[in-house]
Design a protein around this ligand. Structure first.
Ligand SMILES: Nc1ncnc2c1ncn2[C@@H]1O[C@H](COP(=O)(O)OP(=O)(O)OP(=O)(O)O)[C@@H](O)[C@H]1O
Ligand SMILES: [Mg+2]
Length: 304
């Protein structure tokens, strides 16, 4: 069953656009990726079947691959193990299967570690207007979706509401410290390099991605979600074209539908969103499952 909102017998400590986060002990969290979907910063009323499990299991898959090089927060993404560790969750096993991750609780650094291999999104918007990114000049000859080589480490502040704001490296260093930011940049580049290389071998371009890091006992670890469609811009490599915006592998049907509703005057772009037709939800669900299978080489276990 698709899940829009979880209700577990644990203290709920935050509800993001997609994840419900519970306390699972003094130094552990249970991250529950729901099937909520947002576009243009508005959360849709409908849930997308399998989306939460794709986000969690894809993150788990990448973390297992990266584990030798990048310390991370995952303790388990296996529902059997999780219910064994927290018996109170047993009655919720079916609804949590695939989507729950038991994690080490970290003190999260208050910046988003964004890395961009291609010029898109907010970076393209700023560049088009002023030739800069976070106020710093970029080469003058870039176009929409141009490749950035080497990739640009482009941290952002975490806005509680509204859009995250791109900041300079100097500003990021002022927030977390010069030594920390160097470590975060090194790890961000490493994850992006490993991720984009693998994705390329599966015909997917990782245009950019956002990582979060935290600290446990003085050590930096990778937290949150990793190289998922929600935290990354995935483009089909065969549709890539410099000077244009490639379609989004995951949310294009939703974006197209919402644009049509806006153009027809049926939606003003704010909450509440218009209702979504079943075929839009279906095609998104299929796309999330397909991304999982393309990247990992196997179908999502719970959906198989
Ligand atoms: N290991 C961890 N320790 C502490 N906090 C974590 C850990 N992993 C993830 N988090 C936090 O859990 C939250 C995940 O929620 P979610 O991704 O839904 O919301 P968000 O990223 O804050 O906002 P958005 O709705 O824009 O995604 C984030 O605030 C993230 O920083
Ligand atoms: Mg998030």
């Amino acid at each position: 069953m698709p899940l829009h909102k979880s209700d577990l017998p644990l203290p709920l400590i935050r509800q993001g656009k997609v994840r419900d986060v519970y306390e699972a002990g003094p130094d552990q969290l249970l991250l529950v990726a729901t099937d909520r979907v947002s576009a243009f910063d508005v959360i849709m009323r409908e849930a997308v079947p399998h989306k939460g499990a794709v986000l969690t299991q894809l993150t788990a898959w990448w973390l297992r691959r990266l584990g030798g090089e990048v310390p991370h927060h995952m303790l388990s993404a296996d529902i059997g193990e999780i219910c064994e560790a927290i018996p109170a969750l047993a009655p919720h096993r079916a609804e949590l299967a695939g989507r729950a991750m038991l994690s080490r609780r970290a003190e999260v650094f208050p910046i988003e570690c964004v890395i961009r291999g291609y010029l898109a999104g907010s970076a393209w918007k700023e560049y088009r207007k002023s030739g800069t990114l976070a106020g710093e000049p970029l080469p003058g000859s870039l176009r929409e979706s141009s490749r950035l080589s080497p990739p640009l480490f482009s941290p952002a502040t975490k806005a509680e509401t509204g859009h995250d704001e791109n900041i300079t490296r100097r500003q990021a260093a002022a927030i977390v410290g010069a030594e920390r930011i160097a470590e975060l940049e090194r790890l961000t580049r490493l994850v992006y390099e490993r991720g984009s290389e693998h994705a390329a071998s599966r015909g997917i371009i990782v245009a950019d991605t956002k990582l979060e890091f935290g600290e446990v006992d003085g050590r930096v670890i990778l937290v949150d979600e990793v190289l998922t469609p929600d935290s990354s811009r995935f483009w089909p490599a065969d549709r890539y074209e410099e000077g244009a915006a490639p379609p989004s592998l995951d949310k294009q049907p939703l974006r197209d539908h919402l644009e049509r509703e806006k153009n027809a005057g049926r939606w003003n772009g704010d909450a509440p969103p218009p209702p979504l037709p079943p075929d839009v939800i279906d095609s998104m669900s299929r796309r999330y499952l397909e991304i999982y299978q393309r990247l990992t080489g196997a179908p999502l276990p719970v959906a198989a």
